[in-house]
Each structure stands twice: as C-alpha cells, then as structure tokens.
Design a protein around this ligand. Structure first.
Ligand code: NAD
Length: 493
C-alpha cells in the first residue's frame, strides 16, 4: 500500500497473485482494510489543500518525472505485468510507452487553461468560467491494462489539481505497487495513495464520503454497482465499461490486409481489450475470401509463453475467464455455429486458448451479443453496409467500432450512423491521447484522454463580477421597477 507517502503492508485479507501462463502463485498481497481505505482517503483530503494550489508547471514537472521513471523502469514493469496478467512482454512494453506518453500529454495540458471568459451582459462586468478540481478522486481499474488505464485517470486528475486513491485489480496489483515506489519519491505525501484489494476494498472506497469523484473502469455489471452506491450519496461517477465492438469489412478492400488487421483487433491481449473486435460483419462480395484469409491469420498466431519475444498471444487472465469464453463457444455451437479454427486448450498448464474463428453465426447467440473478452472471432455475412451498421447499432453497447473501406461514401455513412465512442477506419484500436475515448450507451459515461479527459476531472464554477457598486433597477421596490417598464417598455438595464 501507499498511504500518505508511507509504503506499508495492508492488514486485510491476503490475495494470491497467479501467473496465468504457469498457474503458479507469484506473490501474496495483503489487501487494504476498510480503516486503511479511510486513512488513504483522509491522507488524500489533507494533501488536496496544498496540491490544488500547487502551480500547474510544478504539477506538470512531477507528471513528467513519473513519465521518465516509467521510461527507466519499462523492462521491469513490463516483466511484472506479464507475470501477473499474462499479456505478452512485447505488448506490456508498449503499455509502458503509452502510459509515459499520457503523463507527458497531461503535464502540458494542465498548464494551458483553466476556464474561459464569457462576454458579459453589462459594461463594467466580468464573467469567468473557472475550472476547479473535485477533491479526492477514487481511481478503480481492471487487470487488462493495469498501468495504462490508471494513467488515463491519474494524469488528468493530478494535472487538474485533484488528489487520488488508486485501487488496482486483485489480479494485477504488483505492477501498480511497483509504480507506487516511483510515485512515493515524486509526489508529496498523500497526493497519490494506493490501496490494493478486491471488490470489498473497492466498495469501501466508493462508500467513503471523502471521495468526491469515482473514476471507474471495468465491466458493465460492476459499473452499475458503483453507480448505485455513488447515487446513495450523490457522488460523481465516471464510467468506462465493456463493449461488443463490431468490425465491418466492405467490398472494396484488400482482403488479405483487412484480415491481418482484423485478426490483430480480435486477438490482441487474447481478446481481453475493452475495444477488442468481437463480431465481424462482412459484405457478400468478399465474405468467402475474408474467412479464408482470417483463418490463415489465426493459424499463424504463436500462442505460448508470454515472456518470449516471438509469442503473439499469451493465456487468458484466469481459469474462470477461459471457462466463460468456452461457454460462449459451446452455446454458439449448440445453436448451429461452426468453429472453423481454434477454440482449444493447447496445453494442460496455463489458461491458454487457441484463437477461435466461427462462422454460421447470428445475432441471437451470446457470442454475437454479449461481451466475450476472449480470443473469439465470429464472422457473419451481411447483404450491405446498411445491414452491417444496423446490426452494429442493435446492441446495448457502444464503445468502439471498426470499418475497413477506402470508399468515401461508405466512410461518411459509417461515421455518421455508427453509435459508438470511437470509430476506426483501417487502423483498428489505435488511441491518440489528444483525442477522447469512451462509450455510448451502456459502455460508459464521460470521456478519458483529450481535452475532454481533463475536463471530466474538473468542475465548473461561474464567477460574475460587477466592478460598479450601484443599485440595480430590478431590485425592490417593484412599484418603481414597474413604473420604469411602463415608461421605457423594457426592463431597465
Ligand atoms: P471488474 O468490473 O470485475 O473489476 C474492475 C475493478 O473494479 C477491479 O479493480 C475490481 O476489484 C473492482 N470492483 C469489483 N467490484 C467492485 C465494487 N462493487 N465496487 C467497487 N469496485 C469494485 O472488471 P475486470 O474483470 O477487472 O475488467 C474487465 C472489464 O473491464 C471488461 O468488461 C472490459 O470491457 C472492461 N474494460 C473497459 C475499459 C474501457 O475503457 N471502457 C477498459 C478496459 C476494460
């Protein structure tokens, strides 16, 4: 744990951190008890008094320092992430690069503006819109990108002048605890606190009245619980939730290239990305060729030890995650789908599953309608782009969507009609920290990254200044006010 600048062990229950590739326990982490969560929030409240007044350039310097620290510790952090989460080392190194870049972006963004001036309604007046921090932010994150998704909250929250209490996932606390070593040396005590633990620790944090804003990334079900608990005390919530991203392949594409991009979008991090492509809608002219090319891609994927540089896909994070994916595969099979490749356990040890390709699927199947979060690509033939878009939108989710085409008319139709927070054309899953990320519909509320991602960690205050000390005509007595209106026909101004 990290509370008020002190690195201490929690006194709550112990959590085994399991290497998903070997099923070995790599560490046991003591979770934060309820009273330790309260102490962390109290430390953050105390630190807020000074941090919110710390000049933005100084806050920016510290965010840059954390970025540098991550840069210097990329290899060790990536190895820890691989051991606790199973994501290939290559991908975890990328996660460190993106995390550092997010910190650098908000280090500068936080210095640019903190509001605007609105033209006033009267001479001699000034109307200011001032952006202020909320106070203590609870940052609750999942296991699939433990450091990156934390940075998407931590960097803008700190740049805006908030202080933070972080709760990592119980599957992947080690990388965040390692990061806490760097944060403890960079930030003043209490500005960032870390409380490891499972759902009980998260619930204690959400319920703490000292937390002003809960920034949560995770599943829709947990997001609903967080929103309910926050509603009890009208705490602000920021939700980044699950998805069921569609991937549309149009009839004008280079099929081999589209299949290569599609396979990466489906199987990156074993399909455990919130914006993994989880259902494919392919126009009839290219459908057969696309399925063949996709199977070629899937069969070339190297599944194995995520520590090896040449491994493309590691295990799923836990046995229970793999079982949930397998359950979707079997129910799809029972309903008539054909698995044309993969979907098998390649070894007795580790939570591995080979990349699966399904055809003869329809949207009534769970594999086409519910979040899978595993390496499964169900491919459906559609008659037109319009049908593909209709089926894309016929979902409670709206996180992201991909379209492969170079036809401008297709692009314009898709960008206008698709109901999703991000629509990628020909470059799946590429984020840009200067552009916002978040979900439509059940996929969340609020945005991370970009200007929007800073604004979501600030609240808005209107300042109305009248430099003159004069009596206003619309004050009491109204008899005078009415006389004035009768004489001039308007309210006095
Ligand atoms: P999860 O919802 O199970 O857990 C997320 C976090 O919430 C964990 O730290 C967990 O310990 C904590 N938690 C659990 N119950 C809680 C409660 N009642 N109160 C407070 N905290 C609680 O999600 P997960 O399995 O860790 O992650 C996978 C999910 O996250 C998927 O649905 C995925 O789509 C989603 N996700 C979304 C985004 C996004 O940006 N939209 C990014 C990554 C992952």
């Amino acid at each position: 744990m990290l509370i008020a600048g002190e690195r201490v062990e929690g006194s709550g229950h112990s959590i085994d951190v399991v290497n998903p590739a070997t099923e070995e326990v790599v560490a046991a982490v003591k979770s934060a008890s309820e009273s330790e969560v309260d102490a962390a929030v109290e430390a953050a409240r105390r630190a807020f008094k000074t941090w919110k007044k710390t000049p933005a350039p100084e806050r920016g310097e510290m965010l840059h320092a954390l970025s540098d620290w991550i840069g210097e510790h990329t290899e060790s952090l990536a190895e820890i992430l691989t051991r606790e989460g199973g994501k290939p080392l290559v991908e975890n190194r990328d996660e460190m690069g993106w995390s550092a870049s997010c910190l650098d972006f908000y280090a500068e963004m936080g210095r640019i503006e903190r509001g605007r001036i609105v033209p006033s309604g009267e001479a001699g007046q000034l109307n200011l819109v001032v952006k202020e921090p909320h106070g203590v932010v609870a940052a609750i994150v999942p296991w699939n990108y433990p450091i990156l998704l934390l940075m998407w909250k931590l960097a803008p929250a700190l740049a805006a002048g908030n202080t933070v209490v972080v709760k990592p996932s119980p599957y992947t606390p080690l990388s965040t605890l390692e990061l806490a070593e760097g944060m403890a040396d960079i930030f003043p005590p209490g500005v960032v606190n870390v409380v490891p633990g499972a759902a009980d620790t998260g619930r204690a944090l959400v319920a703490n009245p000292g937390v002003a804003l809960i920034a949560f990334t995770g599943s829709v079900d947990t997001g609903k619980q967080v929103a309910h608990a926050a509603a009890d005390r009208l705490a602000k919530v920021h939700l980044e939730l699950g998805g069921k991203d569609a991937f549309i392949v149009c009839d004008d594409v280079d099929v081999a290239l589209a299949a290569r991009g599609a396979a990466w979008a489906a199987y990156l991090n074993s399909g455990q990305v919130c914006t993994s492509a989880e259902r494919f809608y392919v126009l009839p002219q290219v459908y057969d060729d696309f399925v063949d090319a996709f199977v070629d891609q899937a069969s070339g994927i190297v599944v194995g030890d995520p520590m090896h540089e040449s491994t493309d896909m590691g295990p799923l994070v836990r046995a229970v995650q793999r079982e949930a994916v397998e359950a979707q595969l079997s129910s799809a099979r029972a309903a008539g789908a054909r698995v044309v490749f993969g979907g098998e356990r390649p070894s007795d040890t580790g939570f591995f599953l080979t990349p699966a390709v399904l055809v003869d699927v329809d949207d009534s199947m769970d594999v086409m309608s519910k979040e899978t979060f595993g390496p499964v690509a169900p491919i459906a033939k559609v008659s037109s782009l319009e049908e593909a878009i209709r089926r894309t939108n016929d979902s409670p989710y709206g996180l992201g969507a991909n379209v492969y085409t170079q036809r401008l008319d297709y692009m314009l139709t898709a960008m206008e009609e698709i109901e999703a927070g991000t629509v990628w054309f020909n470059d799946p899953l590429t984020d840009n920290e200067a552009a916002p990320f978040g979900g439509f519909k059940s996929s969340g509320s609020g945005r991370e990254l970009g200007v929007e991602g800073l604004d979501d960690f600030r609240q808005t205050k209107h300042i109305h200044i009248d430099s003159k000390l004069d009596a206003k005509a619309w004050w009491y007595p109204y008899a005078e006010y009415v006389r004035h209106q009768a004489e001039f026909g308007t309210a006095p101004g």
